[in-house]
Design a protein around this ligand. Structure first.
Ligand SMILES: *Cc1c(COP(=O)(O)O)cnc(C)c1O
Length: 732
């Protein structure tokens, strides 16, 4: 994809940049100095964005590699530059530091900050075994194993160096309190990923803290290796502390001065313990700590809360950290416990600390991730209802629009600036839409063929693997002759996301006979492509995944070969991109109102792909009265919302029946009235790209950050805000 219409022309030597922490590759030195200068200004005019996970795989967006390809640079006489070029062209393409939507949202957000030149740095952890890699066996279901990857050979990642001894890595010293007043100092290295703007004229540095040092104790390495390691509560608690306690030492070591910390979920909330303690030290001195009153602690917390912006991402219980007071007393000290007793107490469970409640108490702004989620969050946390606001999520349009679709957009005059300004899709004229329709149709066919080729190649490799390994192929189709496999042009429904029970991946197979009868009655074939991972400790989630495997043969047989269901193992951002652009409809079947936002449906909409969705999360805002897709299932008011995930409260029968009711109309539209189906696709471009992109979302956050920005940037942010204000909408 040619993403540099305006040229960025400079010699490759200029992509090398350096400061006292190392030598980097990807932006010119003057760009590096400008950004670093902004992040270290004495007046603190920048933001630290803290997230347990960041998903930004180079295989879905990699501006530097694209630049090299566009300039046809494959090597260089200078061995140092040659090393960078080869690493960027041939290096691995995955940074498996994410589990799902939360991480991908973080990555997309940071890319938009980079594109828009907002002064932001990000902080997360580096997981040497990633989240986990997934094998799927038809008899066993999901099998997880550690992800093998090497940060050392991964492009866009750089280990920071010690300024005093540049051949040594930079070492952070991070204090932990394990029951005593004197800290245990834990050492960590720091990796920097450069999230580089499309034009190579800015970047957001992501600092990944690497605790997996050879001589580190087990209590540090166990939580450090794997994201969301849930082997024990103490591992989980330590993982959160490793994020929260690293923030201040990192900023201080690098000389970064952000005035505001944005907590993307409450995982990093322990940073507020350090900040409150710092305030108390500054006011009362070290010695007086045990004489201060509760009111002093609360006053310090009040000052700290002015530094914190907090985004809550889910109403689902598993997403919120609670730890027993007893456990925590072994991993904190008296002062921290007093702070926690005052600020992390749980209204219902007096023996627990509730870190979501703590995040609700210590901030200057709380954001939810859609309008409906705002209303649900207010209901869940009535004491904070007044300050809970909506900033509806988005996705990074340059990451998720396929190369084929991008080439179409480049040919439409009013979309000239679509790469920098995704709101321009709202201005497509009728004449342009008529010109775009056949191009979009052709691009869609190509993307569908790419997906189908991928799925068939997968079936083939599974069949071959069966001979070589003990794994039973996860898909019934691979046991059938190749003539029965996928063909392009058949209506293809995609579903891919984490396998949590509330997402109900198996909803539409609740009554397979009825589903099969619909296909037979209309005599129309349908492909169902599914993907996603269940957390290794989530047994119910793994059972749902297994059901997807178990349903395949029955659907195929009962529908007389018209319904083909397959599971694509190893879901990641690259498979996501292939799917959201290659399918004909994107299915979203959560139990309302538990899907706070959902973002995969937005990725589909970016490509013009209609959604078939429960009225939950972003879809309440993206549905536009049926112009952009279909809705089905329960849509009762939030006041009546049942947040239970108990199996008998998941409304399978009712919502599945609602899906079967609308399916014939969808199939008729696709097969018999393709022009109306294409109209729906164009509506997605026109109505949904301008809203559900991270540039618009970033603009809404920036308005809360209180930064002083150059006039030009202020103006473009104001323009995005005029276009859409998440907070304005009321829910039906
Ligand atoms: C977008 C994305 C998700 C999030 O999907 P939801 O619909 O929000 O659940 C999860 N995993 C990957 C790899 C993604 O790209």
């Amino acid at each position: 994809m040619d993403i540099y219409p305006s040229g960025s022309s400079f010699p490759i030597e200029q992509l090398i940049c350096a400061n006292r922490f190392g030598t980097f590759f990807g932006v010119p030195q003057h760009v590096f100095d400008r950004v670093w200068g902004q992040l270290t200004r004495p007046d603190g005019n920048s933001i630290a964005y803290v997230s347990m996970e960041i998903g930004a795989d180079p295989d879905v967006l990699h501006p530097v590699r694209d630049w090299l390809e566009q300039k046809r640079i494959k090597g260089h006489a200078n061995p140092r530059i040659d090393g960078f070029v080869r690493k960027y062209i041939f290096g691995p393409r995955k940074i498996p530091n994410y589990s799902g939507g939360l991480g991908v949202l973080a990555g997309d957000t940071l890319k938009s900050f980079a594109d828009m030149h907002v002064p932001v740095l990000a902080i997360s952890l580096l997981y040497r075994e990633g989240y986990f890699s997934q094998i799927v066996d038809s008899k066993i279901g999901q099998i997880d194993y550690a992800t093998r990857w090497t940060p050392e050979s991964t492009p866009t990642l750089f280990q920071l160096r010690n300024p005093e001894a540049p051949d040594q890595p930079l070492v952070l010293e991070i204090p932990f309190y394990n029951g005593q007043l004197n800290p245990t100092v834990v050492k960590a290295h720091v990796w920097m990923k450069l999230e580089i703007a499309a034009e190579l004229d800015s970047f957001v540095p992501e600092f990944l803290i690497d605790y997996s040092l050879p001589d580190a104790p087990l209590w540090v390495t166990e939580p450090a290796y794997q994201l969301y390691n849930a082997k024990s509560v103490i591992i989980k608690a330590n993982q959160r502390r490793m994020l929260g306690f690293a923030i201040l030492p990192l900023l201080e070591t690098l000389g970064c001065t952000p005035r505001t910390i944005h907590l993307n979920e409450q995982h990093g909330i322990t940073v507020t313990l350090s900040l409150i303690l710092q305030e108390l030290h500054d006011t009362f001195g070290e010695a007086a700590l045990d004489q201060i009153a509760d009111a002093d602690i609360l006053a310090a917390a009040e000052r700290v809360s002015r530094k914190i912006v907090y985004t809550i991402h889910t109403p689902v219980k598993a997403g919120h950290d609670r730890f027993s007071r007893e456990l925590y007393s072994g991993i904190s000290h008296g002062a921290f416990q007093r702070i926690l007793n005052l600020l992390a107490h749980d209204e219902d469970e007096s023996h627990e600390y509730n870190f979501t409640a703590m995040a609700m108490r210590i901030n200057r702004a709380v954001n939810s991730v859609s309008r409906l989620h705002r209303d649900v969050t207010r209901k869940q946390f009535p004491a904070f209802a007044d300050k809970i606001k909506a900033i509806t999520n988005g996705v990074h349009h340059l990451t998720w629009i396929s190369a084929q679709r991008a080439a179409c957009f480049d040919r439409i005059p009013s979309l000239r600036a679509w790469r920098t300004d995704p709101s321009c899709f709202g201005a497509i004229t009728g004449q342009e839409a008529a010109a775009l329709a056949p191009m979009l149709d052709a691009a869609w066919r190509t993307d569908n063929r790419l997906l189908i080729d991928y799925a068939n190649a997968m079936l083939k490799s599974h069949r071959e693997q069966m001979v070589e390994t003990w794994i039973d192929p996860p898909n019934h189709l691979s046991s059938l002759p190749e003539a029965e496999w996928f063909r392009p042009g058949v209506f293809t429904i995609g579903f891919a996301r984490r396998f949590s029970t509330y997402k109900r991946a198996d909803l539409i197979f609740d009554d397979i006979c009825r589903l099969a009868d619909i296909l037979i009655a209309l005599n129309r074939p349908v492909n169902f492509l599914f993907a996603g991972k269940a957390h290794p400790a989530d047994e119910p989630g793994k059972s749902v995944l297994k059901l997807i495997l178990d349903n395949q043969e029955e659907l195929y047989v009962r529908s007389r070969g018209l319904g083909k269901l397959v599971f694509i193992p190893g879901y990641d951002m690259q498979i996501a991109k292939l799917m959201v652009s290659g399918v004909h409809a994107w299915l979203n079947s959560p139990k309302r109102p538990l899907e706070a936002s959902g973002t995969s449906g937005m990725k589909a909409a970016m490509n013009g792909v209609p959604n078939i969705s429960i009225m939950d999360g972003w879809w309440v805002e993206g549905y536009h009265g049926g112009q952009t897709g279909w809705k089905f299932g329960y849509e009762g008011p939030v006041e009546d919302a049942d947040l239970s995930e108990a199996p008998d409260a998941l409304l399978y029968t009712e919502d599945a029946a609602a899906f079967y009711q609308i399916l014939p109309a969808i199939l008729e539209s696709f097969y018999d009235r393709p022009e109306s189906y294409l109209e729906c696709a164009l509506n997605n471009l026109r109505l949904n790209i301008p809203i559900f992109n991270t540039h618009r979302m970033a603009a809404e956050y920036v308005a809360q950050y209180g930064l002083r920005l150059p006039r030009e940037l202020e103006e473009s942010i104001a323009r995005f805000r005029r276009l859409y204000q998440s907070e304005e909408g009321t829910m039906p």
